[in-house]
Design a protein around this ligand. Sequence first.
Ligand SMILES: [Fe+2]
Length: 404
Amino acid sequence: MYYRAVGEIPRKRHIAFRASDGSPCFEEFIGEEGFSSTGSLLYHRGVPANLVDSRPWSLGDLSTEPNEPLGPRHFRLPDLFDDDRTGRDVVRHRRLILANDDVRISYVVADATSPLYSNGVGDEVIYIESGSAVVESIFGSIEVSAGDNVVIPRVTIHRWVLSDDPAAEPLKAYCVEGSGHIRFPKRYLSEFGQFLESAPLCERDLRVASGPTEVTGPAADADTDVYVRHRSGSGIRGSIVTYDHHPFDVVGWDGCLYPYAFNYRDFAPVVGQVVQPPPTYQILEGRNFVICNFVPRPLEFHPEAIKVPYYHSNVDSDEVMFYHAGETAARKGSGIGNASVSLHPAAYTHGPGRQAYLDSPSMTESNEMAFMVDTFNPLDVGEGGLACDDPSYPWHWSGRGPHR
Ligand SMILES: [Fe+2]
């Protein structure tokens, strides 16, 4: 990530500093890999360490079951939430679809503003299916809406602010929580971190916090809760920690670590003579997983090109597709629709249906929008996945049920 400076900061780091109104500021460094990698310096009006309470936060059902016997899965996410407005928020009401030690994938339909929150386990990528929100953080605010990939670094205190208009569309969010950092692929960047000319994105496509989100008035000095996901020796835990002031007290910051968003419409797909492999569509990578955006595009131009993915065995990865919009030709006749999720695990062969394969040379363009996570370690199925599982999906290719 490249350098940004926002709001008021001193002329030199690590020196005494007062904001323009004369009040003293307290410097905080948020840095990855100890003090040895990317980071930012923030200047607070309050003392960032002033804790007054800490108590447990139940994270709900994070249990998982192995995907056995081996087979593909189809999860119908729209079955997980009814349409009633019930005060659900993006932070506390996620339902777990798939998980392993490297990444957890969940889904939420939210209609309420979240509490302050930080993920101490890893970076998050929240993909917005529909609706809109403002992500307020210690770094400032970002407006987000459908098709945005919202990347929030580990430990960033933030909240999801939703409209309080009862007629507002709910926010549907597909949540990817890493167990480490999530970054752009190295092959997209110069050795100094700038996007290369050959990359499908560039710096102009990233939307970064517009300025410090400073809370004023009585709320600034009130005890304030922050919901924290954090590591423990035996898994992931939650705590609610309370500071003696509101953490949105930053007058300025600078550095290369901050939340940002970009929309799939700004991803420039590579189109070839014949079908391009999925890594062409990669946007981000985390510890033992990658993320791709499949975007609308003209299709391959060889006169006999097969324009759906050829059959493939995932030798090293479990493949998870979230079908956002449009039609994924390869899944025609499978029962998959918008907001479906498919799991195509390693050690099993998958691809398009027979007719979709045979018909594909006549296709000229795709309106597909899908978000994919490929993991290099196997995924287990969470409570939410089990609750919306489509038991007929594994057999749709052959049209025959199992021998039992
Ligand atoms: Fe695949």
